[in-house]
Design a protein around this ligand. Sequence first.
Ligand SMILES: [Zn+2]
Length: 75
Amino acid sequence: MEVKCPICAKQVVWAPTSEYRPFCSKKCQLIDLGEWAAEDRKIAGKPAEDGRPTEFDVEEIEAMLAQQSDDFFKH
Ligand SMILES: [Zn+2]
């Protein structure tokens, strides 16, 4: 069985080896998590400049998640 990554629409095999399913990669998973972070910034009055996640955003989110939950990605 295969599913499409909700972020980049790449085919992802739905199997235990696909660690980040339904996302194709950790990056897409983080981008998805970043959707709410972007919303949060908008509410706070600081809209994203172009409305699209960037490499910088992914790193920022990753750092934020690491602070909030050290073992979130280790399970
Ligand atoms: Zn993807």
